[in-house]
Design a protein around this ligand. Sequence first.
Ligand SMILES: Nc1ncnc2c1ncn2[C@@H]1O[C@H](COP(=O)(O)OP(=O)(O)OP(=O)(O)O)[C@@H](O)[C@H]1O
Ligand SMILES: [Mg+2]
Length: 339
Amino acid sequence: MADAPAVVVENLEKAFGETKALDGIDLQISEGTILGLLGPNGAGKTTAVRVLATLLHPDSGHAEIFGYDVVRQPAEVRTLIGLAGQNAAVDELLTGRQNLRMVGRLYHMPASEVRSRSEELLERFELTDAAKRAVRTYSGGMRRRLDLAASLLNRPRILYLDEPTTGLDPRSRADVWQMIRALVHEGTTLLLTTQYLEEADRLADQISVIDNGKVIAEGTADELKSSTGGQVVEVRVTRAADLDRAVAVLSSIGDAEAARTDDQVATVAAERGVASVADAAEALRREQLDVTDLALRRPTLDDVFLDITGRVADETPSSNGDRPSGGRGRRGERRKARQ
Ligand SMILES: Nc1ncnc2c1ncn2[C@@H]1O[C@H](COP(=O)(O)OP(=O)(O)OP(=O)(O)O)[C@@H](O)[C@H]1O
Ligand SMILES: [Mg+2]
């Protein structure tokens, strides 16, 4: 697109005491597209969203929304954005309809417009039947949908969704995904934070992977996947106690080091494709390891994260002391999947 990008973020920094929540991140979002900001707990996603929503002052760096500076022109920025925060910002005691009306008043929208827009959004998010009930009686999925509706009340040109499906069951998650796609179809620009690699893969046009306040990789899902270097052999052991041995076995079949991806699963780059699976099967048999699954598969974004950081995405750096120094192909510096 020839137009200036909807969002430009340059070298943004924000520290809380010793913690560098944002350590110089750069982002760009083209109008009408979804940027997935993907990272584990504590990566800095919410901090980035709060800065872009003018709720938090950065220490340094620069961020613009449709040409307006988030620090110098916060009022202009606020008229352009909608935010559905990580914790649904709905009032438990009010009904769904009352919540939307209240948000409309906060935006100083004319009462008649608030009424019609609220009804339209209640309908769209399948909340019309529940609109008269207090929100405390709503399910988690209904709260999310109401929060999403509230964030759209003022027809924002850009919408920030901070982990919109965390805690939802697969069905509700799929519903939210569908609603997000419809918004983009109508031209809304979206910044979506997520810890779900699958979610970024399904929804985002571009993905920025962040970790410890830094962008550590960026590109489309396909670019990120191909940058990990092709297919992987995946083994699921019958007993979690055997995982260490399985990792050693997989590491022995080629040059690549194997890694564990959960309690019972280990993976290694399939350097020889299908032949690597045969090698793995033979080596596992020799070691008399019981496995429930052995497969060749395309890399997922989990592999991308593991490849870049040396740890799986849901494993917080502090959870086991120092970050592991091993891991296959761990790289210290930021990497661009797209050249
Ligand atoms: N107000 C604050 N005061 C002190 N530390 C903070 C504050 N807000 C965030 N942090 C710290 O900054 C880092 C980044 O936090 P942030 O909430 O941006 O992460 P996140 O990626 O949104 O994580 P999650 O997936 O858990 O929501 C964390 O180490 C967090 O503890
Ligand atoms: Mg967060």
